[in-house]
Design a protein. Sequence first.
Length: 370
Amino acid sequence: MQGLIDALKEDGYRVIGPQVADGAVVYDELESLEQLPLGVIDEQDGGVYRLARRQDAGYFDHVVGPHSLKRYLFPPQETLQQLQLKDGGWRVEPQQFDEPPLAVIGPRSCDLHAMAIQDRVFLEGPYVDPGYRARREGLFVVSVQCRRAAATCFCHSMKTGPRADHGFDLALSELDDCFAIEVGSERGGRILAAVDGWKPGAPTIVDRANDQSSQLERSMEQRSTTEAAPGAPKLRQLDTQDLRDLLLNNLDHPRWEQVADRCLACANCTMVCPTCFCSSVSEVSDLTNEHVRRERTWTSCFTAEHSFLTSGVVRNSTAARYRQWLTHKLSTWIDQFDSSGCVGCGRCITWCPVGIDLTEEVAAIRETTK
Ligand code: SF4
Ligand code: SF4
């Protein structure tokens, strides 16, 4: 692992990886193997996130934290343009993209699917976002194959995991005595060749890595059904059968009001979601009024201003905002981008302060329409 970090740095990458800060596993600058969260696991549930130490836990036995690739490809705040008043006229300074390319160690299969969804929004529509494109083109992904799932994970329902099978440069499977590394791109192979101490994997190592992923896949299916072992936390699942129509045919369902009674409209769910892409642009001038920055910041459909049109705020109630979020994510996203907007990472469930769980909300609506 240290050889890999060093090889990436030598190739000019700024290396980012998981580490413990403020009681959570988050992404930050990675210099050394020792910063990785060895022996740490995350216990997650609706409104619950807790780190625990486990003797048999490796470097990557935590699952997903509040951060995702989104914060690096589509940062929470970005200067899009600067304007300078000079000789009676405004001079526009275009955006500079001169930061070193990023290598991120740790994204899981669901995160790679989320990145593909954001690619569709920022790169494959009628408008290509230049900042996103510059960062995305430079991005080197070292994905990690999950070997445990949190109780909030439902990638198996969304067909986005748990095994990462594309979208990475390298993919790590952590085994008890070594890492098995799968090469996913030409530049991934080039970096791996520069890593001190790597060896071609024996077939038995490859089998062990594949078995680990298959075992997790089987256990996720089991744990999300009634066959879950006694005492084992039941995993979430989302029945996606006719989901688009189910929600759109139930826009006046009483459940929207019931969930709104609990929802604080705090926007946490949209901030941690790796696919949410709403933003707001404002112009900020200095005190001389001669220098203006055009800033883009993340925003959320849970705020009143987000639906402000010339006639006023369109979504006036929390029920309308929650319904907008869920129906966009699971229904109209399919019309817009040809896929669901949810990859089943479970972050919105974990980081909702009142534990609102989209899988439970969908199941409640489905139950009444049987
Ligand atoms: S809606 Fe929730 S579970 Fe789905 S991708 Fe977003 S944060 Fe993850
Ligand atoms: S669903 Fe939860 S996280 Fe999302 S806005 Fe409501 S209270 Fe906040």
